[in-house]
Design a protein around this ligand. Structure first.
Ligand SMILES: [Cu+2]
Length: 332
């Protein structure tokens, strides 16, 4: 496949912030989940949490552009304390483009979290948003059934406990309704659970979609303006990843969506080993393109046999043209 960049329009997105007044439906309640499935694509009023969305409002939601507050991780043996924030931050998915994001810790995606298998995690979420409830759902958790994660009111603090039982590459995300909006606005990141003795991956990449003007119709109809790796069009074209000939290069890849499947592909090589969800139990060998569903992840190992620059893409061509492209510079 030849890769050629299409010139993308850089129309400002995010100027019209969405007003979601009093959106505090408990995440995970069965009635709200079932109602989602019954909503027509444009039947916004029927979608959980959407009935109070001010579709045409240009009002700012709350506390825009608070400076990023880095995650804090404190370990005491097997007990790990993680301190995170939910906060509004303006990010720049493309040159000259301002995007009014809802974030974890002020970055899009949020910080990469590393824990060890069997760690007991206590995660404290400080919601710095003055108007919007937020929450966190960690796919790495195996003992936190839906509805038990904390819905954190504006200005408040909530705590989530879980055990990281299964090694893997996972998504975390805000689960406050309407979840589609909270995720499309930027509330997600990767959490990697390392098996005993396992090294950190060489790269962690989160794919996601960004929607023009945070337009909920575009979100519902799956019409993103940008599809990006780690929040920016061309992030890894401008700042390529680095690898060495003959040395396994391990990529933890997460697809945050919120809507589209990723078709991860590296031009000029074959994925030597793919572990679905990063599970140490499962290995697919010699994969040309690997599909990662929204809400899933993978640990992808590749070995380059020649020096040079390799392009990685989502092989869904529309996604590639919307920004899902990067480069790996392989040196001898
Ligand atoms: Cu949220």
């Amino acid at each position: 496949m030849k890769v050629k960049r299409m010139r993308l329009g850089a129309a400002a997105i995010g100027a019209a912030a969405l007003l979601v007044a009093g959106c505090g439906v408990q995440a995970g309640s069965p009635n709200t989940r079932n109602a989602t499935g019954g909503a027509g694509l444009n039947a916004m009023g029927n979608m959980p949490g959407m009935n109070r969305v001010g579709m045409n409002s240009t009002a700012s939601t709350s506390s825009p552009n608070t400076p990023p507050i880095p995650v804090k991780v404190i370990r005491h043996g097997r007990d790990v304390e993680i301190q995170m924030t939910a906060q509004d931050t303006v990010v720049h998915p493309a040159s000259g483009v301002n995007f009014n994001a809802w974030t974890f810790d002020g970055t899009l995606p949020g910080p990469v979290l590393y824990v060890q298998q069997a760690d007991h995690v206590t995660l404290t979420l400080h919601n710095l948003d003055s108007a919007m409830p937020h929450s966190i759902d960690l796919h790495a958790a195996t003992d936190a059934p839906a509805g038990t994660w904390t819905e954190v009111a504006p200005g408040q603090t909530g705590v989530v406990h879980f055990t990281a039982a299964k090694p893997g590459v996972y998504l975390y995300h805000c689960a406050t309704e309407p979840m589609l909006v909270h995720m499309a606005r930027g509330m997600y990141g990767a959490i990697v659970v390392l098996a005993s003795g396992e090294a950190k991956p060489d790269a962690v990449i989160v794919q996601s979609e960004l929607y023009p003007g945070n337009d909920t119709n575009a979100m519902l109809n799956d019409q993103p303006q940008y599809v990006v790796f780690d929040g920016e069009v061309n992030r890894y074209v401008d700042h390529p990843l680095r690898a060495k000939v003959g040395q396994p290069f391990r990529i933890a890849f997460v697809n945050a969506g919120p809507n589209e499947f990723s078709a991860f592909h590296i031009v000029g090589t074959v994925l030597a080993d793919v572990q679905p969800s990063g599970s140490p139990e499962d290995h697919l060998r010699d994969v040309q393109t690997y599909t990662v569903a929204p809400g899933d992840g993978a640990l992808i190992t590749v070995v380059f046999h020649k020096a040079g620059t390799y392009t990685f893409v989502s092989h869904s061509m529309a996604q590639m043209e919307k920004g899902a492209m990067g480069k790996i510079v392989v040196s001898p």
